[in-house]
Design a protein. Structure first.
Length: 86
């Protein structure tokens, strides 16, 4: 892990295309601005972990309840209410 000291307005470059700017510091809170190509996903860690866990749970549920090999047979539509049987 690289640990840096930066002041508001100063930047850190990651790779060739990601730029992190310190927007402001207030007490124990630091505001960051991140510039990256549109194909690069940027998440707060807690959101990324929640999505990762949700994906894991969905994959486990799919393994436990696999889809049937064929769709269920189609039933004819029910007659409208109040109509006499044919």
């Amino acid at each position: 892990m690289l640990i840096l000291t930066r002041r508001p307005g100063e930047r850190v470059v990651i790779g060739d295309e990601v730029l992190v700017t310190v927007m402001g510091v207030s007490g124990h809170t630091v505001r960051l601005g991140i510039e990256a190509p549109s194909g690069v996903s940027i998440y707060r860690e807690e959101i990324w972990l929640a999505v990762k866990e949700e994906n894991r749970a969905a994959a486990a549920a799919a393994e436990a309840n696999p889809l049937p090999a064929a769709p269920p047979a189609r039933r004819p539509p029910a007659p409208p209410e109040g109509s006499a049987p044919a």
